[in-house]
Design a protein around this ligand. Structure first.
Ligand SMILES: Nc1nc2c(c(=O)[nH]1)N[C@H]1C(S)=C(S)[C@@H](COP(=O)(O)O)O[C@H]1N2
Ligand SMILES: [Mo]
Length: 306
């Protein structure tokens, strides 16, 4: 069991102070890089191979990626998930995959992590709020998991369901969203190799605030499509409801493709701020993944299906 800060319960004061002592020690002895730049040195490294889908853009730091988060189950401020997600217990954990398929199955997280070779996928993440990061995720194509349950021809959509446990997730005690957090994709989007079932970050298991132990990452869509801490995936014949669409249907459509030409009703989506930079940059169609995914939307009016 590692002493990653994200795995320490708030009540576990002894373990936490041990961790802090160790961190101070590393800082004092020149272990600066180990202590601040890299994920917890004690967490087991994941064996990964590189991916042809990775961007060569400069990556955001571990510190940035793990301290500036959206994970409303742990609070609505950017720092809340890093502060509060220590109470999330990620073992044991399983993900149920069911619905329109021949072989519904419950996958234990440790089995799930070995279903396919893990890749490092350096993707741009663009939040609908107007900021972005470049993140070296670890995982494999979601299609690898979906294939295992043999979707039937009725499987036209896929619904993703996050954990909603008020005991572990203080934010769930308040009606900020209609819990559990749910999201959805069309089946061809879900089967696209870019759609990532993500279990890690910077070569380490996912920290709790980034959606441990397993989340979705859909790089050509606004960040909120990438549901965290998944417990259920349901193949469906009809389009599933999504938590953000239920909360504000005029602001968050089902598709939510990154599109600089479709403004959010309350602000422009034409540009974005890369965390760590001062000047805003132009937002790219499909977040820069147009060559890969534009074909999925041929003939669709992307202003109507936003
Ligand atoms: N369960 C759950 N998943 C979620 C969210 C959330 O609040 N709850 N926030 C989403 C939003 S708005 C974004 S931008 C990304 C942020 O991922 P990150 O914090 O790992 O960068 O997670 C998405 N997945
Ligand atoms: Mo977001």
């Amino acid at each position: 069991m590692s002493h990653s800060p994200s795995r320490i319960l708030p009540s576990d004061i002894t373990a936490e102070s041990l961790y802090l002592d160790r961190r101070r020690f590393l800082l004092a002895t020149g272990g600066l890089i180990a202590a601040t730049m890299l994920p917890d040195a004690e967490a087991a490294a994941l064996a990964t191979r590189p991916s042809r889908f990775s961007t060569g853009e400069e990556k955001n730091s571990w510190e940035q990626i793990t301290s500036y988060n959206n994970f409303y189950e742990f609070g609505t401020d950017k720092g809340d998930p890093a502060q509060n997600a220590g109470s999330l217990k990620t073992r044991p954990w399983s993900v149920r995959v069911e619905g329109e398929c021949e072989a519904p199955k419950t996958f234990d997280i440790d089995t799930l992590m070995k279903l396919a070779p893990l890749e490092e996928r350096v993707y741009r993440l663009r939040c609908v709020e107007g900021w972005s990061m470049v993140i070296p995720w670890v995982g494999y194509s979601l299609s690898e998991l979906l294939k295992q349950v043999k979707p039937t021809s009725k499987a036209k959509y896929v619904e993703f369901v996050s954990l909603a446990d008020p005991k572990q997730m203080p934010g769930v005690r308040r009606p900020v969203l209609d819990w559990p957090y749910t999201e959805g994709l069309r089946i061809d989007e879900a089967m696209h190799p870019l759609a990532l079932l993500c279990v890690g970050l910077y070569g380490k298991p996912l920290p709790n605030q980034d959606g441990a132990p397993v989340r979705l990452v859909v790089p050509w869509k606004y960040g909120f499509k990438s549901a965290k801490s998944l417990v259920k995936i349901v193949l469906r014949e009809t389009q599933p409801a999504t938590a953000w669409n239920k909360a504000a249907p005029n602001e968050y459509g089902f598709y939510s493709n990154v599109n600089p030409e479709v403004d959010h009703p309350r602000w422009s989506q034409a540009n974005e701020r890369r965390i760590g930079e001062l000047l805003r940059r132009k937002t790219l169609m499909f977040n820069g993944y147009g060559n890969e995914v534009a074909g999925l939307y041929k003939g669709m009016d992307l202003k109507k299906y936003f």
